[in-house]
Design a protein around this ligand. Structure first.
Ligand SMILES: *Cc1c(COP(=O)(O)O)cnc(C)c1O
Length: 236
């Protein structure tokens, strides 16, 4: 079931890349496995899937222990400073950094463990009150501050678009994200590499690819509906 779903997602990614005149290699598919058992992840390993996304530190750490070391774990959910120490040496990319204090905590812990942690800045493109992330106008300032930290490396931006029936409604946010990323990249800030654009989920990843996503985060489309969980982590 999971492998069939993945094949369908893969087919749609290829079609979206073709429509946009992009090559398939430009887009990394992150299989969002939150709330799903290790056994479902294992079904995808023989086919070569290695990028998995989790939104909770504890769940990421538990799965990390049980699964092969060549898996690339992406932390995509809100991160609390007191949990940074558990995840800095396990996640290949932290997608959800939206404050200097959090980035400082990551850098401090990363330095202690003698690693450099790649991060993305989460941007709240639609200005939704329930979402984490900085306002688009604050992203560059935050990146400039974070750029001076020794053990984090800014790689790009991440956004969670609004939940909509028609994915076309999110096209504007994806295109604005792409523009924001290009603008900041053009500033050539030291220690900042703006080549990752993490945007698009099950409902809207094709539109996100058309607008320039380099990482898409697909959960439901691969693993099926989640039970006992809000669709997304939001601020209480
Ligand atoms: C859960 C989650 C996803 C995947 O959502 P689906 O709609 O199931 O594809 C993507 N990004 C983030 C940040 C999430 O928390």
């Amino acid at each position: 079931m999971v492998t069939e779903n993945l094949a369908e997602v893969e087919r749609r990614i290829c079609a979206a890349c073709r429509r946009a005149g992009r090559s398939r290699e430009e887009v990394t598919l992150i299989a969002v496995s939150k709330t799903k058992p290790v056994s479902m992840i294992e079904e995808l390993l023989p086919g070569g899937t290695r990028d998995f996304g989790e939104n909770k530190v504890q769940e990421l750490c538990e799965k990390y222990e049980q699964l092969p070391r060549d898996i690339r774990w992406h932390l995509i959910g809100h991160l609390q400073r007191n949990k940074v120490k558990y995840v800095v040496d396990k996640a290949c990319l932290i997608h959800s950094v939206d404050s200097l204090r959090l980035a400082q905590a990551i850098s401090q812990e990363a330095a202690r463990k003698q690693v450099t942690v790649p991060i993305l800045i989460e941007v709240n493109m639609a200005g939704e009150e329930s979402k984490f992330g900085v306002a688009p106008g604050e992203a560059e300032g935050l990146i400039r501050e974070i750029a001076s930290l020794p053990a984090v490396s800014v790689r790009g931006l991440m956004t969670i678009a609004p939940f909509v029936e028609n994915p076309e409604e999110n096209r504007i946010y994806f295109s604005k994200m792409k523009k924001l990323c290009v603008d900041i990249k053009g500033k050539n800030i030291d220690n900042v590499v703006m080549n990752v654009l993490s945007m698009g989920m099950t409902g809207d990843y094709e539109v996100a690819i058309e607008e320039g996503a380099t990482m898409i985060r697909v959960g439901t489309g691969i693993f099926g509906e989640r039970k006992f969980e809000e669709r997304l982590e939001t601020i209480e």
